[in-house]
Design a protein around this ligand. Structure first.
Ligand SMILES: [Zn+2]
Length: 63
């Protein structure tokens, strides 16, 4: 086991993941990141992602 691998809870799929990125304060696992990138903006799943991301955006509001 690699002790440097910290498990974080993904803000999109709500599953504990080791690999991912931080978007604002939300941790997004690599799989969800790929999903978002691959999702067509006209897809219903895309608006779900956008809603989640907007929620964080409003809570931090540092930009
Ligand atoms: Zn995820």
């Amino acid at each position: 086991m690699d002790k440097n691998q910290i498990t974080r809870l993904c803000g999109i799929c709500d599953k504990p993941k080791k690999d991912g990125i931080y978007l604002y304060q939300l941790f997004i696992c690599t799989e969800c990141e790929m999903d978002i990138v691959a999702t067509d903006p006209r897809d219903e799943a895309y608006s779900t992602y956008v809603k989640k991301l907007k929620a964080i955006n409003q809570s931090t509001f540092t930009m």
